[in-house]
Write a new protein. Sequence first.
Length: 470
Amino acid sequence: MEPRTRKPLPWYVIVVGLFAFSTLACTLAADSAPPTLAPRVSATPPPTIGYATIAPNDVPANTTAVPSPQPQAAAVSSLNTLMGQVQSDRLMAHVRTLQGFYTRHVNSPQDRQDRGIGAAERYIDQQFREIAAGSQGRMSVFGQDFALEWAGVRTTQTNVIAVIRGEEPGAGTIVIGAHYDSRGNDDTDAVGYAPGANDNGTGVAALIEMARVLSQRQHRATIVFVAFSAEEVGRQGSIAFVNNYIRANNVDLTAYINVDAIGSQRYADGRVNDRQIRVFSQGPNDSSPSRQLARFTETVVLNYVPQMEIVVQDALDRRGRYGDHFSFTEAGYPAVRFIEMAENTSYLDTTDTIDGVSPGYFQRATQTILTVITVMADGLQPPTNVTLRDNGNGTQTLVWNGVPGASGYLVALRTPDSMIFQQFETTQNSVTWDGFVSYESIAVAAKDSEGLMGPLSPEIYVSQTIRISR
């Protein structure tokens, strides 16, 4: 097996084994005997995820040569090109404009062009429509109105929605959301200064920029971008969206990604963390689909974004806080929240201005989320019927139904109580090994001809699967 690396930390050095490769035959009905897992102990630093480059003297005699890294390199090159399209100047310009509306409180003016939540809603709608106009018909834009009563005031609020239709039937729908309303120190004050630059001008800016980049080509899955109103007053916008759009239209929602406060790299005490971003999700750790989604995001970034690291949190959100991902989680959909690592409470409310946003970190955070979405939207669908067969001799065979068009598969393994996968291996077929029992869960993703991984399959649990297969 090939151990993971943790960026920007040094390589881990552990005892590893190497899966042998053979022809593509990943079906439950495979007749030929799968390759065995050969152990390897070496002082050589472990290879990067996705493909192995080990010293000749470290290759066991009964192990076949590891394939060349060209397919993985092609995927990395393609993703790097995509990330390079994210422009820091555009991101900051959106934040500056949103801050310039003075307040985006839900009870602020809706009919002014220069101030209030109505001006913010029209700005976001205009940005989406300009993007749609240049998308050659790939993207459409519309609004979703909902009634709100807050602090004794009744209003009609609007979620702004943009959709890029996927081209592959059954590939599902991914929703990326960010709230655009803001508030001051008093959540009933509709006229006081509430700039909301980081919370959540950065999330909205990232949403617009990712829509611009992703609208330039077709994707397997459908991608929906939503700018929510009324998050700050009980996430009423996302509740309305889940009930009246997702559920009402029976949308096959595979994941919700919440982008909320991703622009600050500086803690209140002055320390800087410009290489990490947190992901929150609902537990329990060993069975929640949302936690599995969080682990998937970490795996993607480990694989393809060396300049950033996702830190998976063992919580739905920070203590006493909430976000729009709650609305999806409550409805039973996998959902996660992205938020900066160095959350600075001095940037909240009236002091949350663009001065607290770090352009370089903000750009990298947006690129990170863009990469996760691209893998989910463009990667091959995950293998089905992943299971372990107990061979009765101390070994088990990991098998699954093959995915059309797959050039290989990424196997991810997680030890008990771990928040993330520790070990990975790229293989072309089923795998026999005596070490599966050391792990709690396993997931498998298909890789396309360029080496781009797709979504991971639902995790299977080793002890349960072995017991069932006996």
